[in-house]
Design a protein around this ligand. Sequence first.
Ligand code: ADP
Ligand code: MG
Length: 705
Amino acid sequence: MIDSPVSFPASALTEKFGCRVFGDDAMRARLPKDIYKSLHRTVEDGRELDITVASVVANAMKDWAIEQGATHFTHWFQPMTGITAEKHDGFISPAEGGRAIMEFSGKELIRGEPDASSFPSGGLRATFEARGYTAWDPSSYAFIKDDSLCIPTAFCSFSGEVLDKKTPLLRSMEAISAPAARICRLFGYSDVTRVVPTAGAEQEYFLVDAELFKKRPDLALCGVTLFGARPPKGQETQDHYYGAIRPRVIEYMKELNRELWALGIYAKTEHNEVAPAQHELAPVFGTVNVATDHNQLTMEMMKKVAERHGMACLLAEKPFAGVNGSGKHNNWSLMTNTGINLFDPGPEPESNKLFLIFVAAVLKAVDEYSDLLRISAATAGNDRRLGGGEAPPCVISVFLGEQITSILECLASGRPYIGGAPVSVNQGAAVLPGLSRDTSDRNRTSPFAFTGNKFEFRMPGSSSSIAGPNTILNTIVADALCSFADRLEASSDAEAEFTAIIRDVMNEHGRIIFNGNNYGREWEDEARRRGLPDLRSTPDALPYLIAEKNVALFARHKIYNERELRSRYEILVDNYVKVTSIEALTMADMANQIIIPSAVRFVSETCSAASARKAAGLSGEGDGTLNLARRAVALQDAVCEKTAALERAIQGAKIFSDPLEAARYCRSGLLPAMEALRAAADELELILPAALRGMPTCAELMYSI
Ligand code: ADP
Ligand code: MG
């Protein structure tokens, strides 16, 4: 049974790695040489795939999959819901004499026809055009999951417009490859023909006990706690981060790692995160489309393995108020087909022109299109996390570190750069090995930080697909690179043009560099002085997606045509409204069905106790029972009143026909009503006897493993 846990000893790891993937080894072993080569060329050079090749591959894939125990295949795709979709078809086909054979054709491998009508399309698909297509992405390996051969695919409508997150990502990879390779060649790297973006997504998550999870409708329906008083102990004592991992969690991580390794995912780093019950997993980076597929699979496996261990894995951005939420740090870089990491500064960054020009492209891109980057991290869930002093603020800036900043400033102003000699760290004990100090410290508060040989975009929320942020990153940097390549190619003096580009970027976009504390109040003021946008919420940010300059950008690089872009915009706005409305309804239901009944019992108990005490003649000045009854009554009234107010606010949402107006109302009308109800209910929870609580508290959830 394939769905049972993968289990193997550490000594078998190298042998078992990727055992559920139809990867390079399996292809080499099972495909005729010319077919293997042809497929390789498609993947390496991004060429179109021949149907005769596909048929041979399909057959080999099927035989391999059946040997692994699979009976079905599915086109595995990433619709705009942000999660993955699959529809399983059996390999089984009728044969003569009522027998069955197992079949899988080349056509079935490269093209699927799922019904597109139940996926978000943002008005792209008329209801009579239900048909959609999925197309095989041969650059991401097929794998086995749940007895099925899963074929990574892109998803589009009947008329060819994108309905998924993968197609734009693949388009953006093509968009950046050409200008990046042009620049490499201009700087003397004549053998560079292709450049691919790489990504490594650090994934944060929470684990809670499954039995307690089930008793919380907010967790079950919305993935977050919408009520819950502050736990007496949160993350104040800082003892959880990197702390020893509890046995139940170790067992979980052990199994999760094996599941991921079997799927060819290089799960590498794991540790406890800052908040109680919070953890992190980081993989080794890979090509961005594969990294995206792998992150989707990682999230799915995290949940699945948690269930097997009697736990629930929370991927939401802010499952608990009062402690850190979860993000997904998107580490991003560019790699040439010759193996150069273009963001590796090397030992002498001041003379590494290739590196400097690529850094300059990032500065220009991030400054010109910071609105798009902000949008790529804009969701209802992530709004709770950004700007709270635990995650980057909503203002985007780039951390470069003193050294790189100084090199660029010197180049721009014509001053000579004088680098410092390597510094060593003296720990004051002779037995410890000497450590050389890195040229710049880490900055943990920046939304977009240069971290040695890559950029780390820290805004995305933990539950989001990384397809969106990377599509934006690839596109905006591609745009900057195109303009640099044009300038360099048109110039007769490449040296002078290089300096002019750096100077222009520092003059026009230097404002985006910020090496200080992004969590400080002073930065808010400074950012405003610099004119950097501060898009506080999802409804504030989303309209910029269809700003003229952004429509033009996506059209220029053939990522989205205007119709496709508008459909994305509509889906994102609609999603914000839906998520917020579901949360509001869940709160109202929980208040009516759990919290108010608890309050009624509490009031009834305290009032009877108070009257009994009075009847016994024991009441007087400072009667604690009477005081408690009074508080209980006041808090119950407050909860009832705030619940009624929330219900009115929910009704109020119905009048909006314009989706953006509805989203703005959710932000300014629903969210405050939800917050007010929560404040009253949380205050009540603090004095409610444990026996009267209708659900587990946040503290119980956080310390349940
Ligand atoms: P941190 O700096 O956040 O403590 P690490 O330095 O361990 O963490 O790296 C974090 C992530 O960055 C890992 O997932 C790693 O694979 C990824 N990473 C490293 N190099 C690159 C690269 N060239 N391109 C993309 N991601 C990378
Ligand atoms: Mg990180």
